[in-house]
Design a protein around this ligand. Structure first.
Ligand code: DX5
Ligand code: ZN
Length: 226
């Protein structure tokens, strides 16, 4: 079987916020190509994380792609501010956007790559009329709002469905999987068609995060991958 090497995007949500500079420098030294930044507003999701001032500081020292995941209502109000703060990829939730196509055009006009995030309960066929316009499909493999949850197995089916849709439509979108990614399931997720793996607690909860990022990137496909 052909071996695919995914983009690893450590999620800063699981980092030690008292040592943010060291944590970002660790990412810089690692094989991670992206840094995943989770923004929560306490409305779209039942939690509040960090926002613009933190991302503006982090992006100054981060040498990797700043991948911002907006778990917020009315993301169109803040897209420009996130561009100024250094976001290079900006993902908005399909469930939070009444005018998704307009939101995507806005993100691209601001010079960022545009992603659409999809909650576990949302059917991926809702992406059919936007798939050719976007750069990233961010499939949630947990319910958004918290790190450290278990991967929802049905995500494998959704990855395959999105992959088929991308191939059939000629879209260039990459598939990003967010939530519950571990050293045990990384290879199967990539084998199902994922291009980008977000990992928070697996990376920052490990003894040697740089080695864990490398291990996630080179995880071997399990023979009985789902
Ligand atoms: C959840 C966030 C995730 C989270 C992943 O709402 O979108 O990015 O940080 O954390 P882990 O990898 O611990 O499941
Ligand atoms: Zn996320």
């Amino acid at each position: 079987m052909e071996k695919t090497t995914p983009i690893i995007a450590p999620s800063l949500l699981a980092a030690n916020f008292l040592q943010l500079e060291q944590e970002v420098n660790m990412i810089n030294r690692s094989e991670a190509a992206w840094l995943h930044l989770d923004v929560m507003d306490g409305r779209f999701v039942p939690n509040i994380s960090f926002g613009l001032p933190v991302i503006a500081q982090v992006s100054k020292i981060c040498k990797k792609v700043c991948d911002v995941h907006l778990m917020i209502e009315e993301p169109e109000k803040y897209a420009e501010a996130f561009a100024k703060a250094g976001a290079q990829v900006l993902s908005v939730h399909i469930e939070a956007c009444r005018h998704l196509h307009r939101n995507i055009q806005q993100i691209k006009a601001l010079g960022m790559k545009a992603g659409v995030a999809v909650n576990p309960h949302t059917p991926v066929n809702q992406l059919e009329d936007i798939i050719r316009d976007i750069d990233v499909v961010l499939l949630m493999s947990v319910n958004p709002g918290f790190g450290g949850q278990h991967y929802i197995e049905h995500t494998y089916t959704k990855i395959r469905q999105v992959k088929e849709m991308i191939t059939a439509s000629g879209s260039v979108a990459l598939i990003e999987i967010d939530g519950g990614v571990t050293l045990q399931n990384a290879a199967a997720i990539v084998a199902a068609g994922a291009d980008i793996l977000v990992a928070g607690s697996t990376v920052f909860g490990s003894k040697d995060p740089v080695a864990t990022i490398s291990a996630l990137r080179h995880a071997v496909t399990a023979p009985a991958a789902k």
